[in-house]
Structure formats: C-alpha cells, structure tokens
Design a protein around this ligand. Sequence first.
Ligand code: MF3
Ligand code: CO
Length: 249
Amino acid sequence: MVILKLPDEIEKLRTSNRIVAEILQALREKVKPGVTTRELNRLSEDLSQKRRVKPAFKGYRGYPFALCTSINGEVVHGMPSDQPLVAGDILSLDFGVIYKGYCGDAAITVPVGTVAAEAERLMQVTEASLYAGIDQARAGNRLGDISAAVQECVETAGFSVVRDYVGHGIGRNMHEDPQIPNYGVRGRGLQLKDGMVLAIEPMVNEGSYHVRVQPDGWTVVTEDGKRSAHFEHSVAITENGPDILSRIQ
Ligand code: MF3
Ligand code: CO
C-alpha cells in the first residue's frame, strides 16, 4: 500500500533528508587514502547525536552500523571496517536518519584520491541516471517511466543496472511501497501521484548486473568483481514537479 504524504509530513521528511545530505557532505570531505570506513561510521554517529536524530540503519533487520560503506566491487550494504581506504578506490556512502518519526535516506559514491577514468565515468553515469529517473517523478507518469529512464541512461553508457535491489517509498518507515526497479518499460506500472515520496537509488555495475551476498549476510558484491556505483535521493512528487528532499544545499 502506497502511503501519500500531507504537506506537513513532507516538511518533516525534508528536514530528515536535509540532515542526511549534510552528514553525507561532512563524510565526503573526510574521504582520503588511509582513512578507515569505521572512522567514517563513527563520524556519522557523532553527527547524528549532535543533530538529535537517530541513525535509521543501525539495528534495522540487525544491521550493526549507522552507515553502509561499499568499496569498488561492493554494490550496497558494505560494512564499515578497519581496512584503510586506498587511492583509486570508489566508495559508496549510504546513510539514513529518523527525525520526528520520519526517515531520511540518501547515498553518494565518491573517489578516494585519483581514480581510473572508467571509475570516474561509472560514477558520473550512475548519478546522471538518478537525475534522469528523478525527472520522471511527476504526477500522471508511471513507475516504469522512472525505471526506464534510469535503465536507458545506464545501458547507453555501456554499464548495467543491478536487478536484485530496488528503490522504495519512504516515510515513517524507511522502506515503504512501491518498490522502484532501476529497469523497466515506459508507460507501465503504478501511476504516480502528488504526495508520494520515493527513494530512487540506481546501483550500476561496470560489468554484468549479477550480484551475490557475501557470507557476512550483508555485503552485496558484483559476481565478476568489477566496480559498482550507487547514488540515492529521496524525492517528493509535488504539483511543481519532483522535489529532491535530500539535495545537498
Ligand atoms: N539505504 C538502504 C536502502 O535504501 C538501506 C540500508 S539497509 C540497512 O535500502 F539495513 F543497512 F539499513
Ligand atoms: Co534507500
């Protein structure tokens, strides 16, 4: 069941998502060779405490950290560790908070030092595919319009869209209906309405779209070991078009 949000609920979601964006921005500034993802996780927890918000991921289905950190061939749900980042890595930072009972959720992928041209292109295309999807988040369009726009952007660039994980509605719960695949057919699926708030999150692989989960039960990796990138925004559908709640100000 898709839960439509009233304007005052969208304002709470705007606050939670703005805090997520600000914390992601602070984390991004700390990323460099030698830093560990455990240190970034710690910073995300400290900044959440300072802002009086609850990290949304910690304890979610037993996930033990505030932050997801996915490096290179890790797609999503990578866990912070004491392994230092190395120049040339690409790092996905996925973070969420709960403010006044409303969830924020967003992700970025950032370079560690200087990265290969192909890694840079993967990140750029993934972010562009997110914006192509967001541009379709308009009342009267259908879910398939978002999905197809993401897919077309990715596949035109020669990359592939992960099938096994999807975006989602967001509100009082981090994961609400509808599920939002990053591949699909224009004109198909649920009709979009004002008041829907959607977390759109393309996960894009350099090689094949096949992924598997590591024995830790969380870390999703590419089957071929090639790189993957991930960007996510929470977006409200309004009479003025898509409103990106987690935009970095
Ligand atoms: N941002 C992720 C998502 O959109 C949530 C991470 S899963 C968690 O699905 F378990 F770590 F919270
Ligand atoms: Co999400």
